[in-house]
Design a protein around this ligand. Structure first.
Ligand code: DAH
Length: 345
C-alpha cells in the first residue's frame, strides 16, 4: 500500500504545475503540510513492523526530498516568470505627464520689470545680501545716527565695530557696488531680497524684494527720470497709465520724490484698492546726491544721475489685487496655483 502511494505521489509531484506563489504554497501544504499526503505516509510508516520499515524507509525519505526540491524549483520558476512577463507594458504609450510647478508671483513681477528695463538698455546687477554698513548706509549719505541704522530696523550680523555686517535693508547698496565697479555711463537695475526688523503684518514683512535702478551719465536730468518712470509705468500697468510725483526725502537723492500711478482698477474714479484717491504709490526716486557720487569716486561736477527703488511684493499686490503680503511667503499651494496661468508678459 505504501509502495503504491509513493509511486503515485512521485508522479504527481513530477507533473506539478504552478502559475503563482499561492499555488506553490497550496501544493506544499497538500504534500508536506501537517495534514499533507507525505506527512500522512510518515505517520503510517511509524506504525508498521520492522520488515516493512526496512523496505520503505529509504524510498519514503527520497520522496520527501523530491517533494521539497520540487517545491523550491516551482517557487523559483514563478518568481522568474512574473518578472519576465510581469504586467504588460506598452512602450509606445505616451508617458505620465509630470506636473510642473508655476512661477512665484514675485518672480513673475521681477522678470517683467527686468524685461522692461532691459528694453531700455539697462543691465542687471546683483550684490550680497549680507552687506556692510558702508554699502547700505555710509556711502548712501545716511547721517551717523539715522534711525534706519538702529537695532529696531536692521538685522545686524556682527556689531561693535566701525563697519558692522548686516542684512541689507534695501537694494540701494547694489547701486554703490555698481558705481564702484562699473565703467561710466552706468545703467543698471538691481533686483534682490532685503531684510528689515519689522513686525509681520498684512502690509509689512521682515523679508521682501526690491528692484533698484540707477542711471549715471553726463547731463542726466530730472526730466530723464520722469520719462523713464513714465515709460516703465505704461509698460507695466498699461498704455493709459498716468504718473504723479510727490516731493519726498531720501538721504541718497536730492531732490527726491515718491511716484504714484493712476489706479488701474477704477481708472481714477476711486476704489478700495486706491482708498478712493485714484492713485497708487509704487516707488521712491530722485537725482543721486552729489555726496553719493563722490563717495564712490564719481566726479559730481561732470556726471549726474537718477535712482529709483520699488518693492516687488507691493507691485505684485497691486497687479493681482492681493490684500495680504503674508500670502507671498506662506507657500500655500492654493494661493500659488492661482498664478499657474498668469500671463507672462
Ligand atoms: N531704498 C529705498 C527704500 O528702501 C527706495 C529708494 C528710494 C531707492 C529712492 C532709490 C531712491 O534709489 O532714489 O525705501
Amino acid at each position: 500500500m505504501i509502495r503504491e502511494d509513493i509511486d503515485r505521489i512521485v508522479s504527481e509531484i513530477e507533473a506539478l504545475k504552478c502559475k503563482t506563489q499561492k499555488e506553490v504554497e497550496e501544493a506544499r501544504v497538500r504534500f508536506l503540510g501537517k495534514k499533507g499526503e507525505i506527512t500522512a505516509l510518515f505517520d503510517e510508516f511509524r506504525t508498521v513492523d520492522k520488515a516493512i520499515k526496512a523496505e520503505f524507509g529509504r524510498p519514503l525519505n527520497e520522496l520527501k526530498q523530491k517533494a521539497l526540491s520540487r517545491i523550491e524549483e516551482l517557487k523559483e520558476n514563478v518568481v522568474a516568470d512574473t518578472s519576465a512577463n510581469g504586467p504588460k507594458q506598452d512602450l509606445s504609450m505616451p508617458g505620465e505627464p509630470v506636473a510642473l510647478g508655476s512661477r512665484h508671483p514675485v518672480s513673475i513681477v521681477r522678470q517683467e520689470i527686468v524685461d522692461i528695463f532691459r528694453k531700455f538698455g539697462y543691465d542687471v546687477a546683483e550684490g550680497p545680501e549680507i552687506e556692510d554698513d558702508y554699502h547700505v548706509f555710509e556711502a548712501l549719505n545716511f547721517p551717523p545716527n539715522h534711525p534706519a541704522r538702529d537695532m529696531q530696523d536692521t538685522f545686524f550680523v556682527s556689531a561693535g565695530h566701525l563697519n558692522p555686517l548686516l542684512l541689507r535693508t534695501h537694494t540701494s547698496s547694489v547701486q554703490v557696488r555698481s558705481m564702484e565697479s562699473m565703467k561710466l555711463p552706468i545703467r543698471v537695475i538691481c533686483p534682490g531680497r532685503v531684510f528689515r526688523n519689522e513686525a509681520i503684518s498684512a502690509r509689512a514683512h521682515c523679508i521682501f524684494h526690491q528692484v533698484e535702478g540707477l542711471y549715471i551719465d553726463e547731463n542726466v536730468t530730472f526730466a530723464d527720470l520722469k520719462q523713464a518712470i513714465l515709460l516703465f509705468a505704461r509698460e507695466m500697468f498699461g498704455p493709459e497709465t498716468q504718473i504723479r510725483m510727490r516731493p519726498s526725502y531720501f538721504p541718497f537723492t536730492e531732490p527726491s520724490a515718491e511716484v504714484d500711478v493712476s489706479c488701474n482698477i477704477c481708472h481714477g474714479k476711486g476704489c478700495n484698492i486706491c482708498k478712493g484717491t485714484g492713485w497708487l504709490e509704487i516707488l521712491g526716486c530722485g537725482m543721486v546726491d552729489p555726496n553719493v557720487l563722490e563717495a564712490s569716486g564719481i566726479d559730481s561736477k561732470k556726471y549726474s544721475g537718477f535712482a529709483f527703488g520699488m518693492g516687488l511684493e507691493r507691485i505684485a499686490m497691486l497687479k493681482w489685487q492681493v490684500n495680504d503680503l503674508r500670502h507671498y511667503f506662506e507657500n500655500d499651494m492654493r494661493f500659488l496655483q492661482e498664478f499657474a496661468t498668469a500671463p507672462e508678459v
